[in-house]
Design a protein around this ligand. Structure first.
Ligand SMILES: Nc1ncnc2c1ncn2[C@@H]1O[C@H](COP(=O)(O)OP(=O)(O)O)[C@@H](O)[C@H]1O
Ligand SMILES: O=C(CO)[C@@H](O)[C@H](O)COP(=O)(O)O
Length: 459
C-alpha cells in the first residue's frame, strides 16, 4: 500500500509518496506557490494539481500546511478574499487590542495556550472586521490552509485537527474545544468552524477512493515525521524558523514567546516561531551576488564574529521578539570588515543567534533538551550545520535532508489506513551528529553577547 503526505507551505507544495508499512519514499515532487503574505487558496489547489499524478497513486492521503492562515468562506464555500498568511503583520494593532481588551496576556495564555500576535488567525479576523466590513459580514466559515485543502480533496465537510486548531486563537488546547466568544469578538458575529477530528481518524475519501486523514499544521507534521521523543528539541529553518518539543501537558506562557500548541497525536507541542529564517540567507546571498552554496563557503572562510559585524535579521518585521515593524540592522561596519566573507558569516550567525534565542525561550518554559534536531531547507547549508553546535552550545543532530512535514502527513495517512490506536512505527531517519568545538566556546559566547546587545538596543 502507498500513502501520500502533502506539505503545503509558504513557498511551495511538496508531495511524498511512501510505503505505508515503513515510510520508504518511492517518489516525491514539488511545485511553487506565489510569493507574498496573502494568497488566493485557488493557487494552492493549482500548485497541488501539478502533482496530481503522484497523488492519485496513493491509497490514503493527508495534508499538512502552513499554520494560522485565514481562509474566510462565504455561504457558498467561496473565499471572500485571498487568505491572509501567518507572515502577514498587518494585524499587529488588532493583536494588541484583542489581548488588552479581552483580559490581558495571562488570560489569553490560560484560555488559548498562546498570547496572539499578528500571525494568529483571530487577529486577522479582527483586521478584516475593521478594514473590510463587507468581507467580514459575508464570512460564514473560517478555515485554515490545511482544512481548506483537505475539504477540497474530498473530506466530509469542514474538518481540522487539534494541532492546527491550536493556532487559531479561538481553540483551547487544555480543554480540547473551541472558544466561540473569542472568534465572535474578533469577527463581529459567529461563524462555522471545522470539526476537530480525532488523531488517526479517516475524515472522507478522495475522488479516486483513498481515505483522507485529518491532516495538521506543518510543525505538527514535522514532529510526526521525525517521531519526536521526550528530550528532543527540533529547530526547523524554513520560511519561518521554529523551535519545538513534544510535551504531555499544555503550555501557557504569558510572555507570549512560547505558543502552547497541541500536536497531531493527542499530546502538546510548545513552539517558538520566528518570522525570518531561511530568507536571511537568501537575502544576504542576493546582496553579495552569491548563490546559497557560495554563501556557505564564504561564511566558513570568515572567522567567528564576522570581523566585528553583527546582523539583527528582523528583515520582514519579527514575531519573536514581537516587533512587527522592525527591519534588519547591520552593525559594526568598518572599512576592514565589509567583505563578502564577513557579510555571509554575519548572516549565518544572525540566523543561528535568533534560533538560539528561540531554544532558550522553550527551555525557560519547561523543555529539557537532550538533543537538538536541525531540519528544514536552511539545514541544507553546510555553514549552518557546522556553526549551529557552537552557537547553540549543544550537540546538534542533523537528520538526513528530507521533507519531514510531508513525511509526517504521510505517516498520518498510514495511521488512518491502519485504523490502529497509535501511528505506525516507522524507523527513525539516518542522522549525523555534530559536537560543539570546545575551542570555539568563548568566541561563540561573544557572538551571542554582541547579538543580544544589538537586539536589546531596539535601534
Ligand atoms: N542549501 C541551502 N542553503 C540555504 N538555504 C536553503 C538551501 N536549500 C534550500 N534552502 C532554503 O530553504 C527554504 C525552504 O525550506 P523549507 O523547509 O522547504 O521551507 P518552507 O516549508 O517554508 O517552504 C528556502 O528559503 C530555500 O532558499
Ligand atoms: O506560523 C508558524 C508557526 O506558528 C509557521 O511555522 C508557519 O506554520 C509557516 O511555516 P513554513 O512555511 O515556514 O514551513
Amino acid at each position: 500500500m502507498l500513502v501520500a503526505g502533502i506539505d503545503s507551505s509558504t513557498q511551495s507544495v511538496k508531495v511524498v509518496l511512501c510505503r505505508a508499512e515503513d515510510g520508504t519514499v518511492v517518489a516525491e515532487a514539488s511545485a511553487p506557490h506565489p510569493d507574498g503574505t496573502e494568497c488566493a487558496p485557488a493557487h494552492w489547489w493549482d500548485a497541488l494539481g501539478q502533482l496530481r499524478e503522484l497523488l492519485e497513486r496513493a491509497d490514503a492521503v493527508a495534508v499538512a500546511a502552513q499554520q494560522h492562515g485565514m481562509v474566510a468562506l462565504d455561504e457558498a464555500g467561496e473565499p471572500v478574499r485571498p487568505a491572509l498568511l501567518w507572515n502577514d503583520v498587518r494585524s499587529a494593532p488588532q493583536a494588541r487590542a484583542l489581548v488588552a481588551g479581552l483580559g490581558g496576556p495571562k488570560t489569553w495564555a490560560e484560555r488559548t495556550g498562546s498570547v496572539p500576535v499578528a500571525s494568529f488567525t483571530v487577529t486577522k479576523l479582527r483586521w478584516m472586521a475593521e478594514h473590510e466590513p463587507e468581507n467580514a459580514r459575508r464570512t460564514a466559515a473560517v478555515l485554515l490552509p490545511h482544512d481548506w485543502l483537505t475539504w477540497r480533496l474530498g473530506a466530509d465537510g469542514y474538518v481540522t485537527d487539534r494541532g492546527d486548531a491550536s493556532g487559531t486563537g479561538y481553540w483551547s488546547p487544555a480543554e480540547g474545544r473551541y472558544l466561540p466568544d473569542l472568534l465572535e469578538a474578533a469577527l463581529g458575529h459567529a461563524a462555522e468552524t471545522p470539526r476537530v477530528a480525532a488523531p488517526g481518524a479517516a475524515v472522507g475519501e478522495t475522488p479516486w477512493g483513498a481515505p483522507i486523514a485529518p491532516g495538521t499544521g506543518d510543525n505538527m507534521g514535522a514532529a510526526l515525521g521525525l517521531g519526536l521523543r521526550e528530550g528532543d528539541v527540533v529547530v526547523s529553518i524554513g520560511t519561518s524558523g521554529t523551535a519545538f518539543a513534544v510535551a504531555d501537558t499544555p503550555a501557557a506562557d504569558p510572555t507570549g514567546a512560547v505558543a502552547g500548541f497541541a500536536d497531531a497525536t493527542g499530546r502538546f507541542l510548545p513552539l517558538v516561531c520566528t518570522l525570518n529564517a531561511a530568507r536571511i540567507l537568501t537575502s544576504t546571498a542576493r546582496m553579495i551576488g552569491a548563490d546559497l552554496a557560495e554563501l556557505s563557503r564564504l561564511a566558513l572562510a570568515a572567522g567567528p564574529g564576522a570581523g566585528g559585524l553583527t546582523f539583527l535579521p528582523y528583515l520582514d518585521g519579527e514575531r519573536t521578539p514581537d516587533r512587527p515593524d522592525a527591519t534588519g540592522v547591520l552593525a559594526g561596519m568598518t572599512t576592514a570588515n565589509t567583505d563578502r566573507e564577513n557579510l555571509a558569516r554575519a548572516a549565518v550567525e544572525a540566523l543561528l543567534c535568533s534560533l538560539a534565542d528561540a531554544v532558550d525561550h522553550l527551555a525557560a518554559h519547561g523543555a529539557r533538551p537532550r538533543r537538538t534536531l536541525l531540519i528544514g531547507g536552511g539545514a541544507r547549508s553546510a555553514a549552518v550545520r557546522a556553526l549551529a553546535p557552537d552557537v547553540f552550545g549543544t550537540p546538534v543532530t542533523v537528520p538526513e535532508p528530507a521533507e519531514y512535514v510531508a513525511l509526517g502527513a504521510a505517516r498520518q495517512a498510514a495511521w488512518a489506513l491502519a485504523g490502529t490506536p497509535e501511528p505506525p512505527a516507522w524507523p527513525a531517519p539516518p542522522a549525523t551528529d555534530h559536537e560543539p568545538d570546545p575551542g570555539m566556546a568563548d568566541a561563540a559566547r561573544g557572538v551571542r553577547a554582541r547579538y543580544a546587545e544589538l537586539r536589546d538596543k531596539r535601534v
